[in-house]
Every structure is written in C-alpha cells, then in structure tokens.
Design a protein around this ligand. Sequence first.
Ligand code: NAG
Ligand code: NAG
Ligand code: NAG
Ligand code: NAG
Ligand code: NAG
Ligand code: NAG
Length: 524
Amino acid sequence: MILSQLLNYVAVLFFCVSRASSLDTFIAAVYEHAVILPNATLVPVSPEEALAVMNRNLDLLEGAVTSASKQFNCFLKGHTHSSFQGDSSTRVAQGAHIIVTPEDGIYGFNFTRESIYPYLEDIPDPQVNWIPCNNPDRFGRTPVQQRLSCLAKDNSIYIVANIGDKKSCNASDPQCPPDGRYQYNTDVVFDSKGKLVARYHKQNLFLNEDQFNAPKEPEVVTFNTTFGKFGIFTCFDILFHDPAVTLVRDSRVDTILFPTAWMNVLPHLSAIEFHSAWAMGMKVNFLASNLHYPLKKMTGSGIYAPDSPRVFHYDMKTEEGKLLLAQLDSHPHPTPVVNWTSYASGVEAHSMGNQEFTGTVFFDEFTFLELKEIGGNYTVCQRDLCCHLSYKMSEKRSDEVYALGAFDGLHTVEGSYYLQICTLLKCKTTDLHTCGDSVETASTRFEMFSLSGTFGTQYVFPEVLLSEIQLAPGEFQVSSDGRLFSLKPTSGPVLTVTLFGRLYEKDNAPNALSDLTTQALRYL
Ligand SMILES: *[C@@H]1O[C@H](CO)[C@@H](O)[C@H](O)[C@H]1NC(C)=O
Ligand SMILES: *[C@@H]1O[C@H](CO)[C@@H](O)[C@H](O)[C@H]1NC(C)=O
Ligand SMILES: *[C@@H]1O[C@H](CO)[C@@H](O)[C@H](O)[C@H]1NC(C)=O
Ligand SMILES: *[C@@H]1O[C@H](CO)[C@@H](O)[C@H](O)[C@H]1NC(C)=O
Ligand SMILES: *[C@@H]1O[C@H](CO)[C@@H](O)[C@H](O)[C@H]1NC(C)=O
Ligand SMILES: *[C@@H]1O[C@H](CO)[C@@H](O)[C@H](O)[C@H]1NC(C)=O
C-alpha cells in the first residue's frame, strides 16, 4: 500500500518534471524582410564595405527579432495561458521561441563567384559547441555570426538566418574548384543561449546561383528543442526529394524552417500557396520567410500547420517588411495516411460532351476541359493521370471561364522535375488559349468543389488560392481516399484548386530523356 502510494507519487513527480521540460505549443515568428541590396554586386568590394551593407540589413533584422521576442503578452490577449503552464515564467516574458529570416536576407542577390566572396565567413560544424557571442575570435573573422549569436542570446530566442560559408580546398580533392574554395548558400540556427546549433548548405541551387557550390551529398540537418524537432532546407530545395522529404519521412521532424527568396509564379507556384500546400501534404509545421522585393515578385511568407495556415502575408503594393507570429503545436497531431488514388480510381469518367483542348501552364502542356455549366462532374486525363472534379459555382458568369486540367510529365524549364497535376483554374480571359496563363483576380465563388486524381505518388500537395492571392484557411480538407474538398462555400472568388503531385523517382528516368529533349527544343 505504502509502496504503491510512493510509486504514484514518483509517477506524478516524473510527469510534472517532464511536462516542465517540454512544451505542447510554441510561438513561431517569421519575418518578411525588405532587403537592402549592395550597390555593386558584379565587382568585388572590400570586406569592410561588405560588412557595412550586411550590418544595415542586420539592423532591420534586429528590430524584428526584438519585437518578436517582446510581443508575447500582447499576442496572447484573448488566448488562454493554459498551454504554457508547463514552462517557467521567464518564458512568458520572453516572447516568440523562434524566428526565421529569409534567404539572401543579409547580403541580397545578383552576385558572381568573386563578388560574393567578401561577404562569406567560415562557418564551423555545430559539433564544435560554439557561442560566437562569448568567444568571437575562435574561428577567425566572423562578425556576422557573432552579431546573430548575441542577438539570439540577448533576446533569448532561436534565430534562423541565411549567410554564406567558405571552405578552402586543394588538389588533394579532385572536385576542388579552380579558385581553391567551396562557397555555400548556408542556413544557420543559433539557440536562445547564442550557440550555433545547425548549419545547412543548400543542395538544390536555383538557376544562375553559380556563385555557390552544392554540397557533395545532401545534408539532413535536424535539431531538438523543448518545443519539438526541427529540420531545415532552403527555397528551391522544396521541389526535390533530398533533403526535404527525407527530413519529414525518415528524420520525422515536427517543424520545417524555410528561408527563401521566392519569385511568385501563378497559377501553381506562388509562395504562400505552394508552401502551405507542402505543409498539408507532408503533415508538418512549416515556417516560411520570404524576401520582400516586389520588383522581382518576391513576397509571401507564412506560418503553416498541417491542417491549415495559421498566418500568412502577401504584399506587392508596399516596400515594407512584415513580422508574423502564430502559435503552433510542438508535435502536430498525426492525421490518417491519404491514399491519393483511392477515390479517383473508382469513379466513372464524365466529359459532359465537352471538347478537350490543350493549354500551357508554366511551360507544361496540360489537357483541359472547359467547365461550361454552373455545376457538374468532369473527368480529364493525360497519360496515366485522370482527374475528377465535382463542383458547383455560385453563378455562371459570361465574362469568366474556368477549366479542369491534367498534366503528367517532366517539367524542364527552370529545373527538371516530374509532375502529376490535377487543377481547376480560372482562365486569364474567356479565350480558351489563355487557360493556364498567370491571372491574379477572379469573380466567381464556388458553392462546393471536390477534386481527385489517379496519382502514382504519395507526394501530393493540395492548393487552394483565392482572388488577389489569398489563402482559404479552414475552408477545405483532404479525405483519406484522396479528395480535396470544400467544407463550405469559398470566402472569395477562386483562382485555382489544385492537387500538385511530385514523382521524384521519375526525375532522372531514362525514358524521360526524350521528353526533355523535345520540350527543351520547343522552348529554346
Ligand atoms: C548606394 O548608393 C547610394 C548613393 O550613393 C547611397 O545613398 C546608398 O546608401 C548606397 N547603398 C548601399 C547599400 O551602400
Ligand atoms: C543584376 O545584375 C544585372 C546585370 O548582370 C543588372 O542588369 C540588374 O539590374 C541587376 N539586378 C538587380 C536587382 O540589382
Ligand atoms: C589540402 O587539404 C587537405 C584537406 O583539407 C589538408 O589536410 C591538407 O593539409 C591540404 N594540403 C595543403 C598542401 O594545403
Ligand atoms: C531528439 O529527441 C528525440 C525524442 O525525444 C530523441 O529520440 C533524439 O535522440 C533526440 N536527438 C538528439 C540529437 O538529441
Ligand atoms: C490505394 O487505393 C487503391 C484503389 O483503391 C488501391 O488499389 C491501392 O492498393 C491503395 N494503396 C495503398 C498504398 O493502400
Ligand atoms: C455528380 O456526382 C455526384 C456524386 O457522385 C452526384 O451526387 C451528382 O448527382 C452528380 N452531378 C451531376 C450533375 O451529374
């Protein structure tokens, strides 16, 4: 009796202690930063000039970090404090637990291999256990790492930033570049004590990013916190298997950190649309921080949970940066596995007598059907993919045309990646030749939609984008049999409802080569 009481007591004590050391929820911050670009990016400047520009950007990032770390009390108004009881009271004074800042947010872009060099620092492997703020001279000249570390330490917040790493090499390494060094596009994370806890070298460099080298092997970088396990990758990496999918599937991270310099491409690859879809498709939290540079169509940041976006920002009109904060579950609740072919493979085809036509979406040739009625059931197929749509519009306008499209093929422009896509989209004009062109506004709301396809992959990202580039949080869901369906009439007119599937294993398939050649020739 006494023993069992004692055991109970120990169990309760253990429970309280373990609760105190981990958090059920946390506050995330992302900062869309209006980057200050150097005047000269094509000729090398002195290290002092380079640092002067970086410090101007760091001044702005410092403002965001300070503000994020203090916004907690005001942010929590109207919310309960219950989920934070497990932690010490210092947490309440501390504010956001982690803040993500964008790719290229400290030195900008448009460099050559030589002109980026004065901006680079040697970034050590985090295993060296280094707090640059306390020990600034340990690894040579590292003023940017020192400043980020002190910023994290002084504000007791995890900081995620993107900077450049340099590593010298020599003839003992046959792949060593002629100038005797590797240069890497690098994400760094400093914990709330200022310690360097993660370093990630971008794997999938974008077109013209030839100032940097890709690492020889993809780096799968994770770290643990009291508010979940984190993984990190950068911008274009999101379209590929390694390390992005590996981090979620094998390392089982709870939250992805995503610095990016993302140029919006409609209808399927605008930042907020695609990043929120990836969070939902992969069932992870996703913290996306984009540069703010409307001239290059760079805007769109957000904090996305697997079930729905928590907060997002899209602004092509002003020159201002923007800080976003939201609460997330430290360990997102597991949701049922989706079989992306289950529903569609059992549906009968309906064409309602409509004539198919082809249209180009970001250089890919889709097969389309026009949605001529106010509602109905349609099927359109291309190669192995058949897409089914049930829908009802609020009204059938004569000045607007929508189409259902299917694409099953290798995309070859600005990167090579195999896609299977089912999409409902608004055509730019009532001329069917414009179906697939970029369009930002619409007038037609939908009473309901349900979209599915016979996908040959488990990697399908569900997108819903409304007029003027807005997301539709809480308005749709994915069922375990692979339908993307509305829960209520859309809150705004619809630009697109899309299932964006990736067949990673076909990216380099030999039989894809002929496609690649013909398509490349066509678009040369
Ligand atoms: C670029 O040059 C202008 C004019 O000389 C100056 O006002 C501005 O501060 C410079 N910008 C940077 C980032 O050095
Ligand atoms: C980038 O460099 C090119 C020259 O290569 C120049 O024409 C362009 O204006 C630069 N863009 C920015 C944003 O500085
Ligand atoms: C060449 O690089 C290797 C590996 O970094 C290093 O161990 C070696 O000392 C270098 N050799 C010379 C001659 O610098
Ligand atoms: C991270 O936490 C998980 C679960 O608590 C544990 O299994 C893993 O070993 C930890 N990893 C590190 C690097 O501490
Ligand atoms: C998904 O559903 C299809 C059709 O019902 C079925 O043939 C297939 O085995 C299912 N796949 C998995 C992985 O359960
Ligand atoms: C479309 O399909 C749904 C469910 O399969 C059915 O209830 C509905 O009657 C169909 N509508 C039309 C216009 O065929």
